[in-house]
Design a protein around this ligand. Structure first.
Ligand code: BG6
Length: 506
């Protein structure tokens, strides 16, 4: 007997079609199809699911299925023969009105008797310039009509990143989308929110009573958020990346989402609007930089240069000569609210660094009196004994650091840690981000997606950084050797006894 729900009427929940635009692209083959197959394999979808890949290329369904198979892991391949009949391909040609009318008909035909109640998720895995025109064309053919009274025949649209390139373009995109869709039909994706360890930030903070009383400016001295990559430019990516840079590619979305989850107040509930409302408040309190000098003092941008073994950014294929695009950015950010005023949030992300790790380190203040070291000279910094590290990847876990007394007559203190590793407690790997997010989107759960106002607030902050860089007086990006830990100048963002960047926890 088939382990998949048959695509038919009369099931627990009405069926759903996932319509992927950009079906011949990388994201579809590498992430989306494996995520759908895994959700089906693990019977996570509470409804029968059909996938319809849509792209310009003229090819048939059989060819499409064969291309996808190459990207599956052995577990996915084991169920492929059974699931593949649920995958179809439709060539949209040049996207004329007739092409869209044909697509509409094809979706109805594929849904068969289930068509009137079949929900549809339009996943736009497209170049950003095509988001608005595609939604306009779908709307022109009444394919986005979601009658709220008939909850079953829902229509939703998933938008990949980047959501605009600055505040103005994000506002324009939001306005355009909202002409045809309600906000609750729009799912702006940030795959970091689908990561298990990122979701755990909320659970950890708000399901445990011991840390929350300390989670504020009285007890926390600074917060460090790092997303460090060893990857340089993957082939074919320079065209996009060179117009984006680390600020738009990573800070405007992933990094600021991590900051929000670390800094937000407890939401009233886990529903989409409560959580996103609290994140929006953090982004609204995130201080934009006042002027160019403020940017130069608090933001460091860098670009990797060649070493005997590794290419520099400007030698990567497709990068224009003399490009000034930043492949690294470090920011000393400020949140102007009661909880966080005066606590620096250090953000850092970069390509071609010496280690790949993402983590959040919360540094607690030193005790008011040091009984063990005796009085220190005014200019000597005391050791910061307590920090909590939330390891996001590749290690997944947590670590709490503290001081203990070394056995013996002398009062010598040593750093010790308490650690938790996901692998020790939970067998198997954590669920990949896209698997979780696709499931949530089909189920109408928007908590892990970004609301329009959040996207705009994030751009407002990033635009203030770019304004400082665009100043004709602005210094060019600092350089750092490929495979190093970034530009040395990034250490200057720490002042006085604030310490320096974490080397990353293994
Ligand atoms: C993407 C960026 O959104 O995230 C990439 O465009 C980056 O440049 C990637 O490499 C990092 O994601 P992850 O999940 O590998 O940390």
């Amino acid at each position: 007997m088939s382990s998949f729900l048959p695509f038919s009427t009369g099931t627990r929940l009405p069926p759903c079609q996932i319509v992927i635009f950009g079906a011949t692209g990388d994201l579809t083959a590498r992430k989306l199809i494996p995520a759908v197959v895994d959700n089906a394999r693990l019977q996570a979808f509470p409804m029968p699911v059909q996938v319809i890949g849509v792209a310009r290329t003229a090819q048939d369904t059989e060819t499409f299925r064969n291309q996808l198979q190459a990207w599956l892991n052995p577990e996915q391949r084991a169920v492929w023969a059974e699931f593949a009949p649920n995958i179809h391909y439709f060539s949209i040609g040049s996207g004329t009105p007739q092409d869209y009318a044909d697509l509409k008909q094809e979706l109805e035909d594929l849904a068969g008797p289930a068509a009137p109640e079949c929900g549809r998720l339009f996943y736009l895995a497209l170049a950003p310039a095509l988001f608005a025109p595609t939604v306009e064309k779908l709307a022109a053919h009444s394919m986005l009509v979601d009658d709220q009274l008939r909850v079953d025949a829902w229509r939703r649209v998933v938008i990949e990143k980047p959501f605009g390139t600055d505040l103005g373009t994000a506002q324009w995109l939001n306005l355009t989308l909202r002409k045809y869709l309600r906000e609750d039909q729009i799912y702006r994706i940030d795959h970091y929110l689908g990561k298990e360890t990122v979701q755990n930030l909320l659970s950890f903070r708000f399901q445990n009573a011991i840390f929350e009383p300390l989670w504020n400016r009285q007890h926390i001295e600074s917060v460090e958020i790092s997303v460090c990559e060893t990857l340089g430019m993957e082939s074919g990516r320079a065209g996009y990346y060179d117009t984006s840079g680390a600020l738009r590619d990573m800070v405007a979305n992933h990094m600021l989402q991590l900051l929000c989850l670390t800094a937000m107040e407890a939401p009233g509930s886990l529903d989409a609007d409560s959580v996103r409302g609290e994140k929006f408040k953090v982004l609204s309190a995130l201080e934009s930089f006042r002027d160019s000098q403020d940017v130069w003092d608090n933001v460091v941008r860098g670009q990797y240069v060649s070493t005997p073994n590794l290419k520099g950014y400007s030698e990567e294929q497709g990068v224009p000569p003399r490009s000034q695009t930043e492949t690294y950015v470090a920011i000393r950010a400020r949140i102007h609210n009661w909880r966080w005023n005066g606590v620096p949030f250090f953000l850092r992300t970069g390509k071609r660094l010496n280690r790949r790790f993402s983590e959040i380190v919360v540094h607690f203040r030193v005790p008011p009196v040091d009984l063990f070291s005796g009085p220190l000279a005014a200019d000597v910094c005391r050791l910061r004994p307590n920090s909590l590290t939330l390891k996001i990847q590749p290690q997944e876990g947590m670590q709490l650091s503290f001081l203990v007394k070394q056995p013996g007559a002398k009062p010598i203190m040593r750093q010790a840690t308490l650690g938790f590793d996901y692998k020790d407690l939970f067998a198997g790997d954590t669920t990949p981000a896209y698997q979780r997010l696709l499931l949530d989107a089909t189920m109408g759960q928007a908590t892990l997606f970004i609301r329009g106002d959040e996207a705009e607030a994030a751009w407002r902050f990033c635009d203030s950084v770019r304004a400082g860089w665009q100043d004709p007086e602005a210094p060019p990006p600092f350089t750092y050797p490929a495979g190093s830990d970034g530009p040395l100048q990034a250490a200057d963002l720490f002042r006085g006894c604030e310490g320096t960047w974490s080397a990353g926890h293994e």
